[in-house]
Design a protein around this ligand. Structure first.
Ligand SMILES: CC1CCN(C(=N)N)CC1
Ligand SMILES: CC1CCN(C(=N)N)CC1
Length: 328
């Protein structure tokens, strides 16, 4: 089997939300290659924590409670959720898991309550970091992968318009040139890979540094690189500065933004300058940069700002996992 589903950007491309059918309900979930739990708003939550989201009905005929199973998850930005566990049929664009662990929330943090476009998350990192106790559950991809035409999924994220995720096949209309594959280190549960050198702007203002280990993360909006690369980038953006009040680099919204070329698997991938204007700060006609320092996160993250510039293939067809990137 295969699946194809639209990836709809929230405001400022902050996250990508996809329709998922669970039993007879359709919920809109944030697909996240940086976590491994499929959790949903549910009828078990206090109404004070729900602001229009669709609630998974744990009383529906097809939902089977997994007695004694609970979950609790917290994300890098301090948000979090917790609850209990059911098994139900989950269909993502035609790819169907007949008995998938669906983590029904009994409580969510305010960040999720106010994220009115999202009814929960669908984790696509490795099942080794699933947060269900007493027994971790498999991700949707792990549950269905043996039944897919090919054991892979792909991400084509777009700005301000629908992109797509596919399960089980590569859509050759989504990229140009060839796919460059590189090995994945999943020892921490993420789609980890090694990135090489970088160049700011097309003018050959070559860098001397290399980026090193990184993760490909659809659930992170921005791109977080080592300080040296970030300082090198913003040194080419006139009027840019680090704003402690905004919590990152900002610049005049009218600034001309250079591209950033990153070498992965020996191929240079170009992120256009426009990708690095993330959103207005709301003050002084300054804008918040889509490239920020990785200090404090503990990971170099190739988030949506990078992933919008490529077609990404999350591939387990070779036995050990690999990730592929192609220009688009
Ligand atoms: C390493 C962190 C990256 C951001 N996260 C995520 N997309 N769920 C949390 C883990
Ligand atoms: C990876 C997750 C981080 C937390 N999120 C949020 N605050 N809306 C959702 C995505």
């Amino acid at each position: 089997q295969t699946g194809t589903v639209a990836a709809n950007p929230e405001q400022y491309d902050q996250a990508y939300i996809c329709p998922v059918t669970i039993g007879s309900q359709t919920l809109h979930l944030d697909f996240d290659t940086g976590s491994s739990d499929l959790w949903v708003f549910s009828n078990l939550m206090p109404s004070s924590e729900v602001d229009g989201q669709t609630e998974f009905n744990t009383n529906s005929a097809g939902a089977t409670k997994k007695d004694g199973y609970t979950w609790s998850i917290s994300y890098g930005d301090g948000s979090g959720a917790s609850g209990v566990v059911y098994a139900d049929t989950v269909n993502v664009g035609g790819a169907t898991a007949t008995s998938q662990a669906v983590e029904a929330a009994t409580s969510v943090s305010s960040e999720f309550t106010s994220d009115t476009g999202s009814d929960g998350l669908l984790g696509l990192a490795f099942s080794s970091i699933n947060q269900v106790k007493p027994t971790p559950q498999t991700t949707f991809f792990d549950t269905v992968k043996s039944s897919l035409e090919a054991e892979l999924f792909t991400a084509d994220l777009q700005s301000n318009g629908p992109g797509s995720y596919t399960f089980g096949y590569i859509d050759s209309s989504k990229y140009t040139g060839s796919i460059t594959y590189t090995a994945v280190d999943n020892s921490q549960g993420f789609w980890g890979f090694t990135a090489g050198g970088y160049t700011v702007g097309g003018g050959g203002s070559n860098s001397t540094g290399t980026i090193g280990s990184a993760i490909a993360d659809t659930g992170t909006s921005l791109m977080y690189l080592p300080t040296a690369a970030v300082q090198s980038y913003y040194s080419q953006v006139s009027g840019s500065s680090y704003s402690s009040s905004q919590g990152g680099y900002i610049f005049p919204c009218s600034a001309s933004l250079p591209s950033l070329t990153v070498s992965i698997g020996g191929h240079g991938f170009v992120v256009p300058g426009s990708n690095f204007n993330y959103s207005p700060t709301g003050s002084g006609n300054t804008c918040f940069g889509g490239l920020q320092e990785n200090t404090g996160i503990g990971f170099t993250i190739f988030g949506d700002v990078f992933l919008r510039a490529v077609y990404a293939i999350f591939d387990e067809t070779q036995g050990s996992p690999r990730i592929g990137f192609a220009a688009q």
